[in-house]
Write a protein that binds this ligand. Structure first.
Ligand SMILES: O=P(O)(O)OC[C@H]1O[C@H](O)[C@H](O)[C@@H](O)[C@@H]1O
Length: 530
């Protein structure tokens, strides 16, 4: 039992002793608190001085990491052992960004991606009518969508090539139809991105896109070969779909879906930002990999993020964790991290199949600042629940419009300070607030946050930041003793959906349904769905 380990017990006792201490007290007691509780790596700065911790907290958390044999797990990860034990798979996404050290098969696919980008960008690759490709549509979902979508948006200032990249993930026809409405089949390339090539959403969208293309080009035009490529591990299935082998960019079962943006799944990113920029993204991630592997616990950024998350979740009893990038370009980061963290660590059982006796992954959510300030920040300030958060700021704007960035940064800093320190009734009174309004104008503060500053948002720093979060997730899984690399929890719903589809269509009856599902189906059938 995790909670009965001596290292865990020591943290429990420490948390009880520290509970009455406010962040105000911690800052008052240590004028050098920022210096003592921040880390730098290259152009990244991680300020965790606004976390409700002391030096002793960190010492005890690091002792827990040692008790959980984090270093031995890092070695297992590096050696490519099958640490995804429920699927008997190695976890080798670091190999995808290892540069010259990458395995031959990885380098081979990367050089094919480079050549493909070149053919598209130079106009050598033409559509069925002889026109150049101007639009790329990625058809994928989950890990085959969120990573490339987030990165393509994050690096929009680096889109050097006149290619527009779109992402369609939802089974809802509204997603695909609304994109197709603005596209020309003669100049559109589809990337069917699916690790398994068996995902309902992606295959449904891919079939509809193929019909759309062939309706324009003609069934016998051979247009699929010029307008469809795939990123997948399942060559038999891509072949069956009709995608020529030379148009399939391969990856392998040792790449987890939510860790796959560095693989062929990154193809739409490379098409959008250029292959050279894509390699910069990989290089940034590789730099962080080496930091993670080599840096001692005291200077290790991913481990520190993980320890703080565990502290907030298990000892300060925070059920959720906000992600607030003060960057419009990073506005998809919360969604990306939702899959990365929650699909990895939202687990009930440990590696030995025993139930975990402590809460695991918090609910990850968030929104770009300043937008969030004008919707849900009220609850963070006065809702009475502990909600830790990550503020992410850019030193330099990627879209420098006069006056915008300094005001944005001021807001970012103001929010984390207001959350940490609040406002007492005495301070409110001193600022002239009338007595009857004092309760409403008092802010308890003590909301913990970490601020991550990226000097600039470049392919390299973005690669570093994503790898930072990936390794945070891995560290947390080791601390909790669970397998971060499977996702059995998503299966039950899929099985039920395939059973219900003919019932919803009215083609079959199912007598064992609960009354809610049966009642809803009866109601919905009247709309004659297709
Ligand atoms: O890439 P695919 O095989 O199409 O999988 C797409 C996604 O669907 C699954 O249901 C998993 O929950 C995700 O981890 C995965 O990324």
């Amino acid at each position: 039992m995790l909670s009965t380990l001596p290292a865990w017990q020591a943290l429990s006792d420490h948390a009880e002793a520290l509970r009455p201490t406010h962040l105000r007290d911690l800052f008052a007691a240590d004028p050098a608190r920022f210096d003592n509780f921040s880390l730098r790596h290259g152009k990244l700065l991680l300020d965790f001085s606004k976390q409700r911790i002391t030096g002793e907290t960190l010492r005890l958390l690091r002792a827990l990491a040692e008790a959980r044999e984090l270093d031995a797990w890092k070695e297992r990860l590096q050696r490519g052992e099958a640490i995804n034990h429920t699927e008997h798979r190695a976890v080798r996404h670091m190999d995808l960004r290892a540069g010259d050290q990458a395995p031959a098969e990885v380098r081979n696919v990367l050089s094919r991606i480079a050549a493909f980008c070149d053919a598209i960008h130079s106009g050598v690759w033409r559509g069925y009518s002889g026109e150049c490709i101007t639009h790329v549509v990625n058809l994928g979902i989950g890990g085959s969508d969120l990573g490339p979508r987030m990165v393509a948006k994050a690096l929009s200032a680096h889109h050097q090539i006149d290619i527009k990249v779109h992402f369609v993930s939802n089974l809802d026809g509204a997603d695909l139809a609304s994109k197709l409405a603005d596209l020309n089949p003669r100049t559109t390339l589809f990337v069917v991105a699916s690790k398994t090539f068996s995902t309902l959403e992606t295959l449904t969208n891919a079939r509809t896109a193929r019909d759309w293309l062939l309706a324009a080009a003609g069934q016998t035009s051979g247009a699929v070969a010029k307008h469809f490529v795939a990123a997948s591990t399942n060559i038999a299935a891509t072949r069956e779909f009709g995608i020529a082998d030379e148009n399939v960019f391969e990856f392998w079962d040792w790449v987890g879906g939510r860790f796959s943006l560095w693989s062929a799944i990154g193809l739409p990113v490379a098409l959008a930002i250029g292959y050279r920029n894509f390699t910069e993204l990989l290089a940034g991630a590789n730099n962080l990999d080496r930091h993670f592997i080599e840096a001692p616990a005291e200077r290790n950024l991913p481990l520190t993020l993980a320890l703080l998350s565990l502290w907030n979740t298990d000892f300060l009893r925070a059920a959720s964790h906000g992600i607030f990038p003060y960057s419009q370009s990073l506005s998809l980061l919360p969604r990306y991290l939702q899959q990365l963290e929650m699909e990895s660590n939202g687990k009930l059982y440990d590696r030995d199949g025993a139930p975990l006796d402590v809460p695991t992954c918090p609910i990850i959510w968030g929104e770009a600042g300043t937008n969030g300030q004008h919707s849900f920040f009220q609850l963070l300030h006065q809702g009475g629940q502990p909600i830790p958060s990550d503020f992410i700021a850019l030193g330099k704007s990627d879209y420098p419009l006069h006056g915008h960035h300094t005001a944005l940064l001021a807001n970012c800093l103001a929010q984390s300070a207001a959350l940490a320190f609040g406002q007492t009734a005495a301070e409110a009174r001193a600022s002239g607030i009338p007595e009857h309004l004092l309760p409403y104008r008092t802010f308890p503060g003590n909301q913990p946050s970490t601020t991550l500053v990226l000097g600039e948002l470049t392919p390299y720093t973005l690669g570093q930041m994503i790898a930072l979060y990936e390794h945070k997730v891995f560290c947390l899984s080791v601390l909790w003793g669970l397998n971060a690399f499977d996702q059995w929890g998503v299966e039950l719903g899929k099985v039920l959906a395939s059973r219900l589809t003919p019932v919803v269509r009215g083609e079959a009856d199912e007598h064992s349904l609960d009354s809610s599902t049966a009642g809803l189906i009866t109601h919905l059938r009247q709309f004659r769905m297709s």
